[in-house]
Write a protein that binds this ligand. Structure first.
Ligand SMILES: [Zn+2]
Length: 69
């Protein structure tokens, strides 16, 4: 019946155009798209890709995002 859910995994993603971070679906066919379009960036021509964990969490993993900006 349905098989799509098994073809994709949640991952941290980024837009290469604006460096916005959000959660994405990483599909086995290489497609990367935001889990929620409303949480993604508003680029006219976004370029989504999966971010490696060591790329997101540099050396401040526990507090990442807590006090940014
Ligand atoms: Zn963007």
């Amino acid at each position: 019946m349905t098989r799509s859910d098994e073809d994709k995994t949640k991952a941290a993603g980024v837009c290469d155009s604006c460096s916005e971070l959000f959660t994405v679906w990483s599909c086995q066919d290489g497609t990367v798209r935001p889990v929620s379009p409303h949480n993604a960036c508003s680029c006219d021509d976004p370029s989504y890709r999966v971010v490696e964990e060591n790329e997101v969490f540099d050396d401040d993993s526990e507090a990442a995002g807590a006090n940014a900006e």
